[in-house]
Design a protein around this ligand. Structure first.
Ligand code: DHB
Ligand code: MG
Length: 222
């Protein structure tokens, strides 16, 4: 197999973004606000943001759970993918990130649809048990907790809920036996759970985009 020329892959990503995703002021402002606030530069790529929007539309999602708000970039995409009266509940452990996200989400005009819960997923998720089930769950937080988040995704979802897990490839480290980082261990444990836990059926795709080489898992709660 020939090596993938990285510069060409990045050029393709720019081409696809220009061709099919485009840009708009609210999303550009969210990224700029996040950068200005010194938040990590790890929001999803534009192609993945639009994928989240499409998945919400395809599922007919009204209730979305996001674990890991960061600056609200993916939250805005998800909120745009649900109808009026729908809700994105998004959990963020870092109060400063939640503040930055709140501003960007409100500026994007979807503030009424977005409920930011500040706290660790492990503490916030159990408070959601009495709410209506979520139709789509996006897991994009500390990778060490992926199995905990998947367990809650199944508990807070229903048969037919779509679960998306970000960062399952980590520049190939997921399949590198020499990698013994806690993050990669968390990613692998999540993938094993998607294989072994009868509540899920799943696949995963590699991505090579503005954020480098990574991937997403897609799972159905059965
Ligand atoms: C990291 C986390 C993410 O969610 C991501 O999309 C990229 C990188 C990280 O913790 O390094
Ligand atoms: Mg991520």
């Amino acid at each position: 197999m020939t090596d993938v020329p990285l510069a060409a892959a990045h050029a393709v990503d720019r081409y696809l973004v220009e061709m099919l995703v485009g840009s708009d002021a609210a999303l550009d402002a969210a990224v700029a606000h996040q950068r200005a606030g010194g938040l990590p530069d790890i929001e999803v790529a534009p192609t993945s943001g639009k994928l989240l929007w499409l998945l919400a539309r395809i599922c007919g999602a009204r209730r979305v759970l996001e674990i890991g708000t960061l600056g609200g970039y993916s939250t805005i995409w998800l909120a745009r993918g649900i109808p009026d009266g729908g809700r994105v509940v998004t959990i963020e452990a870092e109060p400063r990130h939640a503040e930055v996200a709140r501003t960007s989400i409100d500026r994007a005009g979807v503030g009424e649809r977005v409920d930011i819960r500040v706290g660790r997923g492990a503490d916030v998720l159990p408070t959601l048990v009495d709410e209506e089930p979520f139709d789509l769950v996006f897991i994009d937080a500390d990778k060490e907790s992926n199995t905990l988040y998947l367990d809650w995704a199944a508990r807070l979802g229903r048969a037919g809920t779509l679960v998306v897990v970000d960062n399952v490839v980590r520049a190939g480290r997921v399949a590198d036996d020499a990698d013994d980082s806690t993050q990669v261990a968390g990613v692998r444990a999540g993938l094993r759970m998607l294989r072994d836990d009868p509540r899920f059926t799943a696949t995963a795709l590699q991505t090579l985009d503005a954020k480098g080489w990574d991937g997403i898992a897609l799972a159905l709660v059965v």
